[in-house]
Design a protein around this ligand. Structure first.
Ligand code: SAM
Length: 393
């Protein structure tokens, strides 16, 4: 019985992952995020080749957005690739679109089996402007998998790579991007911050959180069949959300990038420790003290706006600090996430195995790589994931 339950659970998890792979980004979300990079550097895309892999122009807004702004942004070339319908983990009632069938190169078998490449680089219809109507497509040899040699070659040709990749392959996708050393702008799940493949890149300022605040809910367009499944079996506000009668897929997502934006260079305005204790709006801070962790030489800071401006040591701050992180003001020194990563930054290095057992007995939430402190009553508190930071000297 237990085995059957486990199998059913695994099938559910796999199904959920396949569904989330088909979440399509809304035009306004792309526009809002990209505008932040243009505000900081109006020429950020000028003369550049932009690649949009894992896209699906018939569905996706990334191609639409960049094609419509081709001249505006001064792009040199726009390339987007889509993934073959037969290779997708989530199966939909697929029908080729008119856009496809009306093209002389249309081939039903290839449309199922092969990915497609869409290119925009000149005024094909000679109407005096380069826009979405000049987009030309053909079949790829393979299925458009980003790991294939033909898509890798496109990656190597590009200057900037932008997409919302399949959620289930996020780690692999990021590694694929990082080996190419290009400018990137991608969407990932918020939890990815504490992945061992992601956090070290954030810590070393190789990638950072985009302009859209981490607290903002990103909602995604979804195929009709997923919509129906969500409404039948899902939970409104959890994996989907209905806005003005339309069903959107919901996933706690963030933008990650290595392209500069202005918010990154605005230092936080902060009070001293004494002033925080005197005037803070947070009842957890006002009239209290900043606790020192039991298992790491740092103080606990429960809110980003309660970071004391005059503390020179290491501080544990909420993950949402990354929204406000200005690398000229602070450096990131580690993360306490209760896993291997936290341990690798020395959290609990001062504790013996017996100490850890004792602390676990006291608080079942205690883990070696997780930060913990004692409150004013002496009670052990194990913290959620925390970023460890230090003021830049
Ligand atoms: C999260 S969706 C996002 C689509 C689009 N970029 C957008 O944001 O609107 C990811 C897309 O990647 C496709 N995909 C899944 N596995 C892939 C792979 N190995 N290589 C390329 N694309 C893949 C999915 O079928 C889906 O169309």
């Amino acid at each position: 019985m237990h085995k059957l339950n486990t199998m059913a659970h695994t099938t559910l998890v796999v199904a959920k992952k396949a569904q989330n792979d088909e979440f399509y980004t809304q035009y306004t979300d792309i526009q809002k995020e990209v505008n932040a990079y243009l505000e900081y550097n109006p020429d950020v895309f000028r003369g550049k080749t932009v690649l949009l892999p894992c896209d699906d122009p018939e569905w996706s807004n990334f191609t639409k957005f960049f094609a419509q702004n081709f001249e505006n942004f001064g792009l040199k070339k726009l390339i987007s690739t889509s993934f073959a319908i037969e290779s997708k983990k989530y199966k939909t009632d697929w029908q080729p679109t008119l856009f496809e069938t009306e093209n002389p190169i249309f081939d039903l078998d290839k449309s199922k089996r092969c990915g497609k490449i869409f290119v925009l680089d000149h005024d094909t219809n000679a109407n005096g402007k380069i826009d979405i109507d000049d987009l030309q497509w053909q079949y790829l040899e393979g299925d458009g998998d980003f790991r294939s040699d033909e898509v890798k070659r496109l990656r190597d040709e590009a200057d900037i790579i932008v997409t919302n990749p399949p959620f289930s392959l996020f780690r692999e996708f990021l590694a694929w991007l990082m080996e190419s050393d290009k400018c990137i702008l991608i969407i990932g799940n918020k939890n990815c911050i504490s992945y061992k493949e992601v956090f070290p890149l954030i810590k070393d300022n190789k990638i950072w959180v985009g302009k859209t605040p981490m607290s903002e809910d990103l909602l995604f367009d979804i195929p009709k069949s997923i919509e129906e499944e969500f409404v039948k079996n899902g939970k409104n506000g959890s994996n989907y959300k209905i806005v003005n009668g339309k069903v959107y897929g919901r996933s706690t997502s963030i933008w990650l990038t290595n392209i500069d934006h202005g918010r990154r260079h605005q230092p936080l305005q902060l009070m001293t420790m004494a002033d925080n204790i005197k005037f803070s709006n947070h009842k957890e801070v006002k009239g209290k003290k900043y606790y020192h962790y039991e298992n790491y030489d740092a103080i606990e800071v429960p809110f980003t706006d309660a970071i004391p401006s005059d503390y020179d040591g290491v501080m544990g701050v909420p993950i949402t600090f990354l929204d406000k992180y200005c690398p000229e003001q602070f450096e990131i020194v580690g993360i306490g996430n209760g896993g291997e990563l936290g341990i690798s930054y020395g959290i609990s290095a001062n504790l013996s195995a017996d100490d850890c057992k004792r602390l676990f007995k006291e608080d079942k939430g205690f883990r070696r790589g997780k930060l913990c402190y004692r409150d004013e009553t002496g009670r052990l508190i194990s913290c959620y994931a925390k970023i460890l930071i230090r003021k830049k000297q």
